[in-house]
Design a protein around this ligand. Sequence first.
Ligand code: NAP
Length: 306
Amino acid sequence: MSVLYDRVALIGLGLIASSMAHGLRRHGLAREIVGTARSTETRAIAAEDGLVDRVAESPEEAVRGADLVVLAVPVGAMGAVAAAIGPHLAPSATLTDVGSVKRAVVADVAPHLPETVHFIPGHPLAGTEHSGPRSGFAELFENRWCLLLPPPGVDEGALSKLRRLWEALGSNVDLMDPDHHDLVLAVTSHTPHLIAYTMVGVADDLRRVTDSEVIKFSAAGFRDFTRIAASDPVMWRDVFLMNKDATLEILGRFTEELFALQRAIRTGDGAHLEEYFTRTRAIRRGIIEAGQDTAAPDFGRGSAKP
Ligand code: NAP
């Protein structure tokens, strides 16, 4: 693959940005990769590991002269970072982000950008429960979706270049609008994470009664929940605070269905339970037939890597 960008600036050097750094290197997509993170500790690790070509001391310094800037910080921090870098962006730079929520990020970031900068929000649907500069790996995005959310009137050249970058990292790219994205992700990712957090919390309460049995006899379903519930607390705090409307909408529906199932159990309505589980089983078959998952229960993370 040939070089797509002269200088890529990665703001934040956690799981997603470090995976991008490895992938950009492997596929020779940038002439220079500059990176920065909030803490001196993360910046020191990045320098020591040679994760990027140059570690900058601040986001302002990192973005100077970059033709692609990637915001890879928790979604609640995107607005403040955009405010800091706005005046320092190269006039025709492309600015993207990898945040898990889109409407709120667009609202927080866009006002700080010069008109000549091409702002194309993004979201790679790939992750693990690990975080930090040493958690990344080049294969993270392979065979995963990456959603791009170009605003109306986007520069087509800038969009097609960013699309080629994600494709070169191994992703399938699709376009979406921010509101639709937030609703889809509330169903497929955000609410399931909240349910996992809750289930593990409930089990933790029980553990006090049953000693270590919950962990000792932990069956596959619960182990999957614990893996999801080990995801970064700050990232997920921000996801729920910033995708509030869509998550509450889906949680409302979830609660109604849960009450219906609870009632069926209490009244011994086996027909209702069987009909419901038959319907959900068919959905699972459809997902596997569409090539979106293997039979292994891994919450769509699609990777055995760290
Ligand atoms: P991560 O591993 O926790 O890394 C976050 C990075 O952001 C760190 O380098 C951190 O710096 C920096 N940072 C944190 N707070 C900051 C602040 N207030 N100002 C400036 N920098 C700050 O996170 P990640 O998993 O890569 O996630 C990054 C983004 O990708 C998030 O928006 C998340 O929603 C999105 N995303 C995550 C996943 C996933 O599964 N993890 C998947 C898709 C998209 P320090 O290390 O110095 O603290």
